[in-house]
Every structure is written in structure tokens, then in C-alpha cells.
Design a protein around this ligand. Structure first.
Ligand SMILES: *Cc1c(COP(=O)(O)O)cnc(C)c1O
Length: 361
């Protein structure tokens, strides 16, 4: 029996996608072989790859002047790729710190250039985002980087920051495709696939073409992280993660069939409202995040006594609800409500929470 899987990533996938992959696993469209056995240079796989890119462009309305890259190395790889591709040595980049993933991106960037942290939400315990319009970005910064959705803290920007004329870069790993996004506001958007896009192993990078080759000579960018080189090679400078690319294509087809990003946004908003509503009205559970910056995708919550966490997770497991333990760095509970989590799953969680509160409150 399949459980409702609230894991933060790798995460639940749409059942329809898994069933389709299963039905095509041994013989893809009469090719006589599995996608994982195909040459990445074959006509069949190139078709799969191009269809996935076309679907992504159409769903997100990616403007013509942006390259869409399918890379490896995860979002963590892009923590290095961003400074390496966008700035030469001695440059300064501006970063916003809203929690765990921003902190990691900043630490990695510091290995390559000067980082100026233009906002740090430490004082709120990383439960907020900076007020809109408050960022002072140095004019000579190579770019401004922020984390669109902090997967661990459950903090999401409800607005696109003004980068003051420098390229805006965002880590959208845990929120991409959860709702519409105005790509034209950004220089670079990157995301690991294993939250909302598909299985682990693929990293999506959307980069405005005039930013390719920004680092100039003198910065030795590892070839597999070099956006310009990857763009020139159609993301096939070396062997790409073919199976993950194919599965992401199936997920994109599924999102399309659900009605695209506007429909996804409505569903995700309803799921988040249901869970936050249950937390706020309980007097037993608590979410620490500023309501204006609450993530639709990752909802951390606490019980009144940490000793109740283990029994809660055990009761959840008995009810067929998995992946609800908070990140190892923060504890508590966390429910990830990515696109593939149905409303029924969230309702099952809310029912369990009510039942647990009645027994332990
Ligand atoms: C999961 C995640 C990462 C790390 O992704 P990897 O693919 O493991 O490198 C980085 N940033 C955010 C916001 C994430 O959710």
C-alpha cells in the first residue's frame, strides 16, 4: 500500500507518473529498450529531452532569451556555479540570509568571492523575510542571491525582491512549479529536481543568455558547471542523467494535465490553508513562521512537549503518513506539500493531528 509521503526531498511523485514510467520501463514507445538503456545522443532520447525543455518553457513562460539547462551536482553544485559563472575573482556579490540553505549558499560563495550579506533574518530566528523594498544592494555587486523558499525553516518570499539593477539569482529548489513565477525578473533561477520536479539527479538552471560567460577569462569554471559550455552543448557536454530527465518530462506533462501553474497554485494554496488553519486553531500545535512569509510547500510545526514528537510520528506511521520528522538540524515536525501531494493527504494529516491532540492535549 502506498503511504502519504510528506518527505522534503526526495519527495512524493504523482502516482500517474510512476505508473506511466512503469508501463514504459522495458520498452519505450516501441524502441525495444528502456530509456535508461538509450544513448543520450539517440534520436529517441534527444526527442525526450527536447520535449521536456519545451514543456518547461511553456509552463513557466520562459522568455526566448533565456537558456534552460539540465545539469547535475544538485542545487549545492549551483552554490559554486553561481559565483563561478557570474563573477571574476575579487568581485563582490550580495546575498540575503533567510535560513539554512541561504547560509550554505553564502558559505560556498565565500570560497570564490566577497560576499556582502544585505539582509540577515537571524533576529527573528529565521522566521521572516526582509520587508519588501528594504534591500540596499551595492551598485557594483555582481548579483543578488536569495533563497525563494527555505525548505527547512518553511519561509517563502511572497514577493520578488528588487535587485537594484544587478542580476537577481534565486534558489527555487523547493518551490519551482508550485505557482506561476515571472521569470523575466530574474537573471538566474536554479532548482534541484527532487522536490517538485521529479527524482533526484537532475538540476534545472534557467539563465538569461547575456549572463553566459560573465566570469570572463581568468576564472576556471569546471566544465560541468560552466553554463555557457553546457548551453552550447544542449546540456549534453557529458552524459546527462537520462532517466531523471525523462521522468521530469513526465512530471511536466502531468502538471500540464492538471491545468498548469495557475491550477497548481490554487491546489497548493488550498492545501497550505488547510494545514496552517488546523495548526493555528489548535492551541496545541505551533508554526513559528511569520504568517506573511509562510511556505506553501514546507510546513514545520511543533508539539507542546518535545517528548510527544516520537509518539506523534509513530501514530502518523500507523495512519500511513510518512516523512513527517523535522530536519535533523531543527527537530519538530515538518510536512512537505509539494505538487504531487493530494489534498486528501493533507486532510489525512489534519485528521491525525486532531486525533493526537484529543488524546494528548
Ligand atoms: C534541497 C535543497 C537544496 C540542496 O539540494 P541538493 O540537490 O541536495 O544539492 C538547496 N537549496 C534548497 C532550497 C533545497 O530545498
Amino acid at each position: 500500500m502506498r503511504v502519504y509521503n510528506f518527505s522534503a526531498g526526495p519527495a512524493t511523485m504523482p502516482l500517474e507518473v510512476l505508473e506511466r514510467a512503469q508501463s514504459e520501463l522495458l520498452d519505450w514507445h516501441g524502441s525495444g529498450m528502456s530509456v535508461m538503456e538509450m544513448s543520450h545522443r539517440s534520436k529517441e532520447f534527444v526527442g525526450i529531452a527536447e520535449a521536456a525543455e519545451a514543456r518547461l518553457r511553456s509552463l513557466l513562460h520562459v522568455p526566448e532569451e533565456y537558456a534552460v539547462l539540465f545539469l547535475q551536482g544538485g542545487a549545492t553544485g549551483q552554490f559554486s556555479a553561481v559565483p563561478l559563472n557570474l563573477a571574476g575573482p575579487g568581485a563582490t556579490a550580495a546575498y540575503v540570509n533567510t535560513g539554512s540553505w541561504s547560509t550554505k549558499a553564502i558559505a560556498e560563495a565565500r570560497r570564490y568571492l566577497e560576499v556582502e550579506v544585505v539582509a540577515d533574518e537571524k533576529e527573528s530566528g529565521y522566521a521572516t523575510v526582509p520587508a519588501e523594498g528594504s534591500l540596499q544592494v551595492p551598485r557594483d555587486a555582481a548579483y543578488l542571491h536569495y533563497t525563494l523558499n527555505e525548505t527547512i525553516g518553511g519561509v517563502e518570499f511572497p514577493y520578488v525582491p528588487d535587485a537594484g539593477g544587478v542580476p537577481l539569482v534565486t534558489d527555487a529548489s523547493s518551490t519551482i512549479l508550485s505557482r506561476p513565477l515571472d521569470v523575466s525578473r530574474f537573471g538566474v533561477i536554479y532548482a534541484g529536481a527532487q522536490k517538485n520536479l521529479g527524482p533526484a539527479g537532475l538540476t534545472l538552471v534557467i539563465v538569461r543568455r547575456d549572463l553566459l560567460g560573465r566570469a570572463g577569462d581568468g576564472t576556471p569554471v569546471p566544465t560541468v558547471l560552466d553554463w555557457a559550455a553546457m548551453d552550447a552543448a544542449g546540456s549534453m557536454l557529458n552524459t546527462p542523467p537520462t532517466l531523471a530527465w525523462y521522468l521530469v518530462g513526465l512530471v511536466l506533462e502531468w502538471v500540464e494535465a492538471q491545468g498548469g501553474l495557475t491550477a497548481m497554485a490554487e491546489r497548493n494554496r488550498a492545501k497550505a490553508d488547510l494545514l496552517y488553519g488546523a495548526i493555528d486553531s489548535s492551541g496545541f500545535y505551533r508554526n513559528p513562521v511569520d504568517p506573511a512569509a509562510r511556505s506553501w510547500m514546507n510546513v514545520p510545526f511543533l508539539v507542546p512537549d518535545p517528548a510527544l514528537e516520537k509518539p506523534f510520528l509513530a501514530a502518523a506511521a500507523d495512519a500511513g503518513l510518512s516523512g513527517l520528522g523535522g530536519h535533523r538540524s531543527v527537530g519538530g515536525m515538518r510536512a512537505s506539500l509539494y505538487n504531487a501531494m493530494p489534498l486528501e493527504g493533507v486532510q489525512a494529516l489534519v485528521d491525525l493531528m486532531t486525533d493526537f491532540e484529543n488524546k494528548n492535549g
